[in-house]
Design a protein around this ligand. Sequence first.
Ligand SMILES: Cc1ncc(C[n+]2csc(CCOP(=O)(O)OP(=O)(O)O)c2C)c(N)n1
Ligand SMILES: CC(=O)[C@@H](O)[C@H](O)COP(=O)(O)O
Ligand SMILES: [Mg+2]
Length: 592
Amino acid sequence: MPQDVLNTISYPADLRKIPKEKLPQLAQELREFIINIVATKEGHLGASLGVIELTIALHYVFNTPDDILVWDVGHQAYGHKILTGRKHIFHTNRQLNGISGFPKRAESIYDTFGVGHSSTAISAALGMAIASKLKGEIEKQHIAVVGDASIASGMAFEALNHAGVTDTNLLIILNDNAIGIDPSVGALKNYFTKVKLNGAKEADNIFEALNFNYSGPINGHNLELVISELERLKNVSGPKVLHVITTKGKGLRQAEENQVVYHAPGKFDALTGDLPPKTNEAQPPKFQDVFGRTLVELASENEKIIGITPAMPTGSSLKFMMDTFPQRAFDVGIAEQHAVTFSAGMATRGFVVFCNIYSTFLQRAFDQVIHDVCLQKIPVIFCLDRAGIVGEDGATHHGIFDLAYLNCIPNLIIFAPRNETELRNIMFTAQKGLDLPIFIRYPRGRGNILEWQKPFNLIDIGKAETLKEGNRILILTIGTINHNALKAIDLLSASEREKVGCIDVRFLKPLDENLLHEVFQKYGTIITVEDGTTVGGLGGSIASFAAIHNYQRKIEQLGVPDVFLEHGTVEELQKQAGISSEEIYKTIKKYL
Ligand SMILES: Cc1ncc(C[n+]2csc(CCOP(=O)(O)OP(=O)(O)O)c2C)c(N)n1
Ligand SMILES: CC(=O)[C@@H](O)[C@H](O)COP(=O)(O)O
Ligand SMILES: [Mg+2]
């Protein structure tokens, strides 16, 4: 279909010149534009397709960027990006040096707040609204668009509680499609369902009770209706909520029917919407599936085992446990802080709790890890998924800080499996009973071992593993990045290779100090390799071990330097950080 209307728009000012009757056509063209590009370049799909009409209406009615529009999470902002000056570069979405998959302040003045993690929009927009008031900008409008799953998170509730006692020009658009990545959960979801079925009586309207002017629910795909509601609300002062009902994936049949998969489907056929056929070739498993299947295996034997996820059952594969043992598995919604303390509570009553959280999202629950878990030595088993560099989601999502932010906390064990077998074995070991909480970190995606479902073996807590002896240079690694180090050693000539040793430290805490003393006496150069920030991570720990024990050795720390790593493929970003096998090889050569 030709992009007749879309072609006339570079910025919202162009959009506002389009007659209203043409807007449905624009919606159709915008959907096709997004589908065509995401089909080949990949990225988030369903959420953006669901808010096409809303996006057009918001930029049509409000005077963006003077009026301030804040997207929550930002995975639904592709239409917004395309209508705000980035149509011509949208094909670079999420690629190295391309535009970010999320709104980003450095990218555009229309991106008023950087996002990626959920539930921040109401706080940010309220901050902006109060700032506008203090600056005397009383005409300015502030709009936060937040999803039904994200509004259930603690931060969003905190912001509602504050906003309700202000008289700010704040409009919250609740984009209710009854799903997050997986179906929404909890009492609030049930309440939204009731409102949709029965309407919202003032007496029991949760938003009215918090002092918001509430309207809706309205059909978010009816452009005329959405525009007229926004026009009306523009002239209503004080905090307001507009409840909009949309369909995630709207306009692409498969995306509407299979909303979980089409949240971020990977490549697909833009014309038919079909996913590529599954390959029959045997592949090593995803670490996520090793986690999910092993948990079920262990839970079949150990009835005390519980599984917990904050809103990522599919991504983490906790869904296997939810399907097999629904009474012992909990999706608590986007509530990382609650997930941690809820896990701690269950563990105090003798349950063996596996709490699976993406490394980047555990950042939300730092205090809960310290105050509710480690300080009390509660032996929760944390499985930190998406540890290390995650790739195209970029700076907001890399799991590169966990080693550093956990390393400074007393009373915990930090372990990173080098492969699938080690992940299984540490899960087996942990559920036998540990005195301390353990944090097991592993990356997004596949491992290397086809035959991974071997009998379990216990892992010795605090024991590193020597993988190769050498005599001059020692490579110390943690986790799956070990693979790159071994490949780098393989690139050396036979005589060079003899000089290089390699140890997988496995545990950042407790460090295997006995082995470290041995090797510091043997090797002149130590190279540490980790897929996280070296500041406070393995590199930091080894440097401080050397300093404390007065070892005068050359120590080179490879890992993510003290910067926010942007988006790109994992391979590209590993190269950038100096931890691809070729880069590690170059570093080794420097010392040979
Ligand atoms: C703090 C945090 N936890 C988890 C996620 C992962 N996540 C991204 S989108 C999403 C679902 C959001 O659902 P909703 O707000 O309803 O928006 P929709 O996708 O339906 O548009 C989740 C759980 C995240 N981005 N941030
Ligand atoms: C927007 C968001 O936070 C999620 O959709 C995230 O992109 C999921 O990442 P995975 O694809 O690694 O599960
Ligand atoms: Mg939703």
